[in-house]
Design a protein around this ligand. Sequence first.
Ligand SMILES: [Zn+2]
Length: 417
Amino acid sequence: MSITLDQRMAQTGTRFLIFPQPRYLPFFEEPEVVYVSVPPQEIQPGPADDRMYVVDAVNKQPYSFFSQPPYRGPANPPIMPGPDGHFDHLDVNNREFSCATMYATVRRVLDIWEDYFGRRIEWHFRLNYQRLELIPLITWDNAQSGYGFLEFGYGRTPAGGIDRTRPYCQNFDVLAHELGHSIIFAEVGTPNINANTDEYGGFHESAGDLVAMISSLHFNKLVERLLENTKGNLFTTNELNRIGELSENRQIRELFNYEKMSTVSQEPHELSLPLTGAIFDVFVEVFQRELVQAGLISEELARRSFHAPDENEDDDAIQAEFTTAYSGKEEQFKDALFRARDYLGAVLAEAWNQLSANNLTYARVGLQLMNSDVTISGGEYQNVIRDCFAWREISLPANSVAFQIRRLDDCGLMSYH
Ligand SMILES: [Zn+2]
């Protein structure tokens, strides 16, 4: 979502509190105020609106093949807004806050992505359900998303068992990732039975992580801390790399990774890593291009800081140059980061709009990103996308007919005299 649209929403939208990262992590103990697009006069108790509603179910078993929405069992009363129509008055230690923040997170991520798509994203389950059902706190050490619902429990303690201090519904990355699956179902669709691929599964997981990353880059505090820690050198391990942060050194997946197609299995989460890594690299390259164009770093520094392992013997020197460049230019670095974020959001939305789920391969994703880059930037990043996908060994399959060489006699065009 563009900065100007975000500012406009602050005039008309409804206020909520969200923790950008889990509150048990240092620096993120305080929530941030965010606005969702629905104005106070249209938001209903729950909270609820025309796209989604919260039900604070009590003693509910997780949905299964045999039980589906809508939930009709016992539930706590819907959460009411404060006297001004906003929801930022709730005590963050109360159950009511969990209900409100789950709604706000899903609504905010939907707002962000509808802006990148430039239109409404229709639910893929709309044939059966009008609205998405959100269930924030069931007694379960897990969370799940399914046809028409998101239902969340709690994290696990190291010894196993439910950790009630860590409700998943307060984990922005986890919720955004799950909504990312819904966006892919809605926009790319599902493959026919005989046209499903392992890479479709990996692509889904990758898209969930990218939706979470791009959405989290809309938190001012997260962006400032990211830049403060890295001084703009994003090809380093930092908080942006981690999705579904569980503790300071434990996270569900890493966006920044060194995996290639030859180093991962076909298991969807593992298989997602080369694709996510390639697209993350594109993002950082675009950010660096923005920095170079704004005169904030040299072309030479951008080139030297490409992330491949063992190719940089002068990591410390690179970091020192970024630190010097960043000092006193914090706002300009932030603007460049927002431009790179919005490029990536727009190019992904355009690509997902065009991609077909049938026989999906990473090579097709790469080709489509190149097409979409022409639409979004006039083709400025063709070489960047090509290089980043090549580094991950994403290419057409070796037996593709595209690799066949045709000679003139194969084409019946040979001249014999
Ligand atoms: Zn997933």
